[in-house]
Design a protein around this ligand. Sequence first.
Ligand SMILES: [Zn+2]
Length: 462
Amino acid sequence: MANDKSLVQLLFIGAAGTVTGSKTLLQTHKHKLLIDCGLFQGSKSERKLNKLKKLPFNPSELDGIILTHGHLDHSGFLPVLVKKGFTGPVYATTPSRDITGVILQDSAHIQEEDAREANRKRSEGSKPLKPLYRQKHVNRTMDLFQTYGDNEWVQLDDDVRFRFHKSGHILGSALVELEVEGHRFVFSGDLGQREPLILDGPTTLPEADYIIMEATYGDKLHDNSVSPYQALEEVVKHTFEKGGNLVIPSFAVERAQEIILILNNLMDEKSIPALPIYLDSPMGSGITEIFQRHRDWHNLSEAECDSLTKNVHIIGSFEETLNVLNADGPKSKIIIAGSGMATGGRVLYYLKQLVGDSKNTVLLVGHQAAGTRGHQLSSGAATTEIEGEEFEVKAEISQIGSLSAHADQGDLLWWLGKFERPPKRVFLNHGEEAATRALKKLIEDTYHFPVTVAERNRIYPL
Ligand SMILES: [Zn+2]
């Protein structure tokens, strides 16, 4: 039985039927590798999955974890596995390790705060809730990282080797080409657009036996009718003419840097007035430093890379936040603050101050998921409740659809079409049901490849 190839199997533990909690177990008679180790972040029932006592594998038996990129939904469960006995290596690109470090520290902080808050509200005498993990577990996790460059083979033993290829999603993000006991797998991780703003597009590969592919935008095309440059130019000019402030809720990774780059370029060419830019996101400034450390991993020129901090006021403490709107200088200010869908973070402070005045503009960037405040605002809500207080929405609400870190349906199909020989099977994960269903049909109709939509906790023998 030792050579029975059917003993290779895949198990999708997360990001099956949903876009968070990415974890895929690849198991043979000799090996157990986990590809990504993400936190579930969606609905309450989904987040509950982070707290399951029993995992479908024993963390201490894993040979290693291969990380495609640093986003929380791909890396945020690592400290839980470390708590449960995982001591093996975590393989990642160098920027991914650095981004993961910033993201996990922030995540541990939030877990600790949430547990404290929940315990404060609990009746006396009830057993205190523990955070999912703490700072010390993050520190132990970071000690396990082994980092590699783009395109560099990593030989684990006679039967297993893999390498990372740039995937165009965020800084350091990679797809994984993995050979195990004669089978070649490609795990796409999250794929970027074909032509991202500041990165190389996703690497295409000629062949694979099995392709495990994300389907986040499997049923959607991005609205690229207005370029992000045009959109930002119009919004900034208009807000300046009104004498108001522009507040941009933004993700800390990639999005904040893209917006700063565009604003600086527009100011350099004098297309918009030179207004002060504030980046109020402690995590965002950490990520900007990582951009400046890893210049091989993006397309910014030296000058552009330096400008990510040069013309930007970086706000650290909340005391500084309180001073931003009254700071000297032009009346109009541009404020970029987390979180990206205005569900929490520093941006709430600015919304409270600014959303009630029609002079101001709130610019939403990228997809705003249903149920978020960003979505509510983009749908034209007349009021919004922030931290228990009701606010009238009088500020102008604008939106840019074209800045996305994800490949859309056309990009996904293009990437898959670059394989020169048909794979034995394509597995679709990391997508809501409608997205995976639409993409499966499109792939079958276009390329006639066999496609399986991954189901959570189902074992697929190969
Ligand atoms: Zn991602």
